[in-house]
Write a protein that binds this ligand. Structure first.
Ligand code: GLC
Length: 563
């Protein structure tokens, strides 16, 4: 057991922020409803040793920055030993760290330092598949009778050279790879170097539960479970139905009908929750599952006994700035029948950055601030992606020769891969943006770093960075924003998305103009006649605004207290 965990169990705190944290089993403060989660792609966040690759000590050196920004938890994408085919999502050892990121001592130090600042640490938990270099898979493929053979999905082909069925990998082509030595095919939802584990084998679940215990004992606060809807497949291997057309890899489009969302996923989640639930501090489980609708997403809460935070891909995948569409999706998730907490995000290491995804090419900075307000003033748990607070943009490689992500190599030019959203953090306007001292960062620094960087934006009161900082602070200081209920207003308005957050008589109104024209709105039915601005974009004065005449600039934002 780690020092941090021992101290926590003994009720001894390491810093002032810990005083507010629960310290024993059974005590629940739902910290995961209040914390803003910040996703760190470690390779690109901060390099501490000059090799051009971000690392653990780099993260530790930036904890003060995260604390000042107002972040309550960090989710770090995989840092485990990995051949790196899928940049860490192909894991060969789940209870160690890849030396390229640092040592276990570095990790323990980072966790202790994070706790001192009241920042929780969430690990990535990749359980659908391992690397083909995992000792488990090496054993499994060694012979048909190896005890670990059944840890993976091995099947006979339909005939010579023919895979067992037509299932496709998410990353292109057949989801089956033939193994010469044992004459069978193994299944992989993702790259062929990522064989799927067989979750119907209890030994697999046991091994993966031990992984949870290992990291919980090290003092982490929860897990983001990767690709969870893909854990089970049809045991009868039915062919998936085809859809019209072809994908970026030149394969026929397919519906992943027989490889996704089996109800056994929910049983596994219940058991995993029990494993982490034995630890103090209300550890959190977050799922990555791009559920097709709110009904499927709601199932992931179970009866409050599965995951606390299923990521909402319905909202994240809405690729247009539309008040009616956002209103509908927010209403749906707010009213989910499990009464579960929404988990909201707009960008991540697989998802193109929001600055350009929602930007119209003219008002992108205003839109970045509007998206910040949407993320940080609604009721769900917000999840940010490193660099969104400075308006980092997606910067794709210019040539196929420069692509790192294998899906970019395979799908070029239709699919350029995910390098564009994984470029190094832009800390300052020095040649390597303060990310590394190496002349060769693993991905190039985007040209936008000259003006969009932490140091420059800190000095500009109207920067995207300062919009995030203000809104993050407001979320903590205004009880209605921190804990209040949510209700949409002015619901027929096609351009402006308005809602209130209410707590104990205090009402905060949020109006977001999702159009390129100025708009004037009138909000009715509230206890009050005016609103006192807490935040507005563009910045306005403090004067109270009449509720029947709220003027909003193109893509303007008002967050105001009804009085
Ligand atoms: C998840 C990860 C993604 C990875 C895939 C396979 O979707 O977010 O980055 O490539 O799983 O592990």
């Amino acid at each position: 057991m780690s020092l941090v965990r021992c101290l926590l169990l003994a009720g001894i705190t390491l810093g002032t922020n810990l005083l507010a944290q629960p310290s024993g089993p059974g005590q629940k403060d739902d910290w995961w409803k209040h914390a803003v989660i910040y996703e760190i792609y470690p390779r690109s966040f901060q390099d501490s040793n000059g090799d051009g690759i971000g690392d653990i000590n780099g993260i530790t050196s930036r904890l003060d920055y995260l604390h000042d920004l107002g972040v309550g938890a960090i989710w770090i994408t995989p840092m485990y030993p990995s051949p790196g085919v899928d940049y860490g999502y192909d894991i060969s050892n789940y209870t160690a760290l890849d030396p390229e990121y640092g040592t276990m001592a570095d990790f323990d130090h980072m966790v202790a330092e994070a706790k001192q600042r009241g920042i929780r640490v969430i690990m990535d938990y990749v359980i659908n598949h391992t690397s083909d270099q995992s000792p488990w898979f090496i054993e499994s493929r060694s012979s048909r009778t190896n005890p670990k053979r059944d840890w993976y999905i091995w099947r006979d082909g339909k005939g010579p050279g023919l895979p067992p069925n037509n299932w496709q990998s998410w990353f292109g082509h057949s989801a089956w790879t033939y193994d010469e030595k044992t004459g069978q095919w193994y299944y992989h939802y993702f790259y062929k170097q990522q064989p799927d584990l067989n979750w119907r084998n209890p030994e697999v679940e046991k091994a993966m539960s031990d992984v949870l215990r290992f990291w919980m004992d090290k003092g982490v606060d929860g897990f983001r479970i990767d690709a969870v809807s893909r854990l089970f497949e049809d045991p009868n291997l039915h062919d998936d139905p085809y859809r019209p057309g072809y994908n970026a890899y030149g394969d026929r489009n397919i519906e992943h009908k027989y490889t996704d969302n089996y109800p056994e996923v929910n049983d596994v989640l219940k058991r995993l929750r029990k494993v982490v639930g034995k630890y103090p501090g209300d550890p959190v489980l977050i799922t990555e599952a791009d559920e097709p609708n709110i009904t499927e997403l709601t199932k992931l809460y179970g009866q409050g006994d599965e995951v606390q935070l299923p990521m909402d891909f319905q909202i994240a995948d809405l690729n247009k700035l539309s008040a009616p569409d956002f209103r509908l999706l927010f209403d749906q998730v707010e009213n989910n029948t499990a009464h579960g907490q929404p988990e909201l995000f707009f960008s991540n290491h697989d998802q193109r950055r929001q600055w350009d995804r929602y930007g119209d090419g003219v008002h992108n900075d205003e839109i970045a601030k509007l998206m910040a307000a949407l993320l940080l003033t609604t009721r769900g748990t917000p999840q940010m992606y490193y660099g969104e607070e400075i308006g980092m943009r997606t910067t794709d490689p210019a040539r196929i020769e420069d692509v790192h992500d294998p899906i970019g190599k395979l799908g070029w030019p239709k699919e350029k891969g995910r390098d564009g959203e994984r470029t190094p953090m832009q800390w300052d306007n020095s040649p390597n943006s303060g990310f590394t001292t190496s002349p060769k960062p693993w991905l190039p620094i985007p040209p936008s770093a000259a003006t969009y960087n932490v140091e420059t934006e800190k000095k500009d009161p109207n920067s995207i960075f300062n919009a995030y900082k203000t809104l993050l602070a407001l979320r903590q200081s205004e009880p209605a924003l921190r804990d209040g209920s949510y209700q949409a207003l002015d619901e027929e308005n096609p351009y402006v998305f308005s809602f209130i957050r209410v707590r104990e008589g205090s009402t905060v109104l949020v109006s977001l103009n999702m159009s390129a024209e100025p708009r004037t709105i009138s909000v009715k039915g509230l206890k009050g006649t005016t609103a006192g601005p807490l935040y507005s974009s563009p910045a306005s004065g403090d004067e109270a605004i009449p509720l029947d005449k709220i003027q909003l600039a193109p893509f303007g934002v008002l967050v105001a207290k009804v009085q």
